[in-house]
Design a protein. Structure first.
Length: 372
């Protein structure tokens, strides 16, 4: 639901009731991931999407029905219809489970708090019960980055357990499904809880104030990264040269990396292809829990760089993490084309994609991340 937080924040601020339709389960080649939402207000205004267009009309009507009265939350499944090509269904062949519920902002102030955090750029997680006893279906709990919680009158039986798991997903920057309860020590009822997360932006650290860095910083920002460009040469590391970067730093790369914050979503892109910068930087980067490490250079440069890294004692399991030469083979020549190549490899690595044309493969197009 946090994909439409801007509009929901406005509606909550106006105490405007609305129906919320949330994707709670997908299978096959469904076009949008779990957690994506669509909302409809009393005037028929709609925001968001749950299928990219395939079943929006049917979900819109279901929202209107739920919104008319005090209807309980309801789940509906939409899939491909072989018997009627014009029936409501997903032509991509996938299936969606949608949870539709009425939201009265005056009764759920924590939703306003969560949407306010999203619009202000602060991390927040929203836990939503999507399967369990009827009286709990649709209930929510918000968790902030400091671990504090606000709930929608869900009770204490499951709050601690869900808050802990929601906090873990928030730190990882992931939306996911968790199961809680089913035993006397937590909650006697077994609940399926969908945790929506809005984490801080992942970081892209670009080392080397070169033309390729300018193009990569632009596409990195477009992809939602918080982009830093770092170079040891102050004359090149200037904000004017990299207007799309959030931060431009004049410092030795390995010293900057040692002092800054990184996590499992961080992408480290080394574009200097100069051994005096690359070796100490890569030695450090490959030992850190970052998501991606790539280095620019020819195959000869790569071979020589590996020799130097081995001489400094970098173990083979660390070297195996290095993406070098950086990027996918797109036949790129210009800085802009090269930036697309690098960004494509980062996306493929993040989502475990093969990097090959979809026309060369079979099976579902969209990969699903495993639940936490």
């Amino acid at each position: 639901m946090l994909n439409i937080a801007d509009t929901l924040h406005t509606w909550c601020g106006e105490a405007r009731p609305f129906a919320l339709a949330t994707v709670v389960q997908v299978s096959g080649s469904a076009p949008l991931p779990v957690g994506t939402a669509l909302a409809v207000d009393l005037d028929g205004n709609v925001v968001g999407s749950v299928s990219g267009g395939c079943v929006e009309g049917a979900v819109y009507e279901l929202c209107r029905q739920v919104l008319k009265g005090d209807e309980p939350p309801t789940r509906a499944r939409f899939g491909y219809s072989d018997n009627d090509a014009f029936a409501v269904g997903l032509t991509c062949g996938g299936e969606l489970d949608i949870l539709v519920q009425r939201i009265d902002p005056t009764g759920q102030p924590h939703l306003t708090t969560a949407c306010d955090a999203v619009t202000s750029g602060r991390p927040v997680a929203m836990a939503q019960i999507i399967d369990g006893p009827d009286e709990l279906l649709g209930r929510t709990l918000s968790v902030t980055s400091d671990g504090s919680t606000e709930d929608g009158a869900v009770g204490d039986d499951w709050e601690g357990s869900v808050a802990a798991q929601a906090g873990a997903l928030l730190r990882a920057g992931r939306t996911g499904l968790v199961e809680v309860g089913g035993d006397a020590n937590t909650c006697p009822e077994r609940l399926s809880v969908l945790v929506h997360t809005h984490a801080s932006r992942p970081r892209m650290l670009i080392f080397g104030a070169v033309d390729f860095a300018g193009a990569l910083s632009e596409i990195g920002r477009f992809l939602g990264y918080q982009v830093t460009v770092c170079d040891a040469r102050p004359v090149f590391a200037t904000p004017d040269r990299f207007p799309h970067a959030d931060e431009v730093v004049a410092n030795w790369p390995h010293r900057y990396l040692a002092a800054t914050d990184v996590d499992a979503r961080t992408a480290v892109c080394v574009l200097t292809h100069d051994a005096k910068f690359d070796v100490p930087l890569l030695r450090l980067a490959l030992s850190m829990p970052v998501g991606y490490v790539g280095a620019m250079g020819s195959r000869r440069t790569h071979t020589h760089r590996l020799e130097l890294l081995r001489e400094t004692g970098v173990p083979e399991e660390h070297l195996a993490r290095l993406h070098s030469p950086i990027g996918l083979d797109l036949g790129a020549h210009t800085p802009e084309e090269t930036a697309i190549s690098i960004a494509a490899e980062i996306v493929a690595h993040t989502h475990r994609g093969s990097g090959t044309p979809l026309s060369w493969s079979t099976g579902p197009i969209h990969r699903r991340r495993a639940a936490a």
